[in-house]
Design a protein around this ligand. Structure first.
Ligand code: BDR
Ligand code: CA
Length: 340
């Protein structure tokens, strides 16, 4: 582990030992993914299914990249594709706790997974819905369970409000969202936080151990066109679909940023739970701007201990600051080589 500086800040922030739990092949980490699939969500779910260090207990869905009904259909069909149709799916909130519904269909397409059409799934979503499905798993699982929220944080906030006594059954929240530096949906705010800032504020103030994989690190976790050829070259159905999703994202994100690229944001949060030293993290006090001005949805990240003390606050999250891009690509290709 080397000292690292988060580029957009002038305060040098050292990398610290991770606090997120780590699954092993001998002792896989019990994990729930809360997601809005979503092109990068789709790759993150595939990674979770493929890695033997992770025990995927459920996928819950939330309105975000696309309408929640599309996200649920996508989750069910993707799990089928990945040979994991036994993983239960629960549908969650259609939109934010307050305010308008925000979507990212200009990147992910109207149905959330670009122009890819997957066969119907054999399973259907669980009748109890996302929040009760998560609650019942937290209650009944012998160990505390990690959650990787990779969409807006609405379901997680509702869970914490409806079942506050279950917070201690969550071992860690390894979430994708936010940014120390600039945002993507607005210059201030990253999409998952912007889509429900009030929910994000509840989560960051919950006291549950959090790792935040924000844009500072997920924009380092990029694929370029040769990566989609590697995925296609695996010769599997899952690899072919992953390549198709990547091609769509390369093109859409390319229009946005100028060159073909796919930031596989959500897979960074999942990978951190399976691989000890892929992502460097630093300690921050993260507060969410819930105001109505131009910084709405911004994660205000303070990495300077003396300033955090002076505010009477404490470091409440580890934040991803660096990832080895080449290794991350290899991790994804390797994962898809293990899927049907
Ligand atoms: C996040 O927003 C969504 O569009 C992606 O799936 C990811 O979770 C990136 O800002
Ligand atoms: Ca997502």
């Amino acid at each position: 582990m080397t000292a690292a500086v988060v580029a957009p800040t002038f305060v040098p922030v050292p990398a610290v030992p991770r606090t997120a739990p780590l699954g092993t092949v001998q002792n896989p980490l019990p994990l729930i993914i809360d997601s809005d699939p979503g092109l990068d969500d789709a790759l993150a779910i595939g990674l979770a299914v493929a890695r033997p260090e992770l025990d995927l207990l459920a996928v819950t869905t939330v309105g975000g990249n696309a309408d929640v009904r599309h996200c649920t259909t996508n989750a069910l069909r993707l799990l089928d594709l990945y040979g994991a149709s036994d993983v239960p799916v629960g549908e969650g909130s259609a939109g934010a706790l307050f305010g308008e519904v925000v979507r990212a269909t200009e990147i992910h397409g109207e149905a959330g997974i670009g122009s890819t059409v997957l066969p119907d799934a054999s399973a259907t979503a669980r009748p109890e819905g996302a929040v009760d499905l998560i609650a019942s798993i937290l209650r009944s699982h012998p160990e505390p369970v990690a959650i990787a929220p990779i969409g807006p944080l609405t379901n997680i906030a509702l869970l914490l409000r409806l079942h506050p006594h279950l917070g201690h059954r969550i071992s860690h929240l390894c979430l994708m969202g936010g940014s120390v530096g600039e945002g993507n949906t607005t210059v201030s705010a990253e999409f998952n936080i912007y889509a429900d800032p009030e929910a994000a504020a509840i989560v960051f103030e919950s006291g549950i151990p959090i790792t935040m994989m924000g844009l500072d690190v997920t924009h380092q976790a990029v694929l370029y066109p040769p990566a989609s050829e590697r995925l296609r070259g695996l010769g599997t159905r899952s690899g072919a679909v992953a390549a198709e999703l990547a091609d769509y994202a390369l093109q859409r994100e390319g229009q946005w940023y100028g060159t073909p690229r796919m930031s596989v944001h959500d897979a960074v949060a999942v990978a951190h739970l399976a691989i000890a030293d892929l992502v460097d993290v630093a300690e921050y006090d993260v507060q969410v701007d819930t105001g109505s001005g131009p910084a709405r949805g911004r994660t205000v990240c303070d990495g300077l201990p003396v300033r955090v003390d002076r505010k009477g606050r404490r470091m409440n999250a580890q934040v991803g600051i660096r990832i080895d891009r080449d290794r991350f690509e290899d991790v994804l290709v390797d994962a898809y080589s293990r899927l049907p």
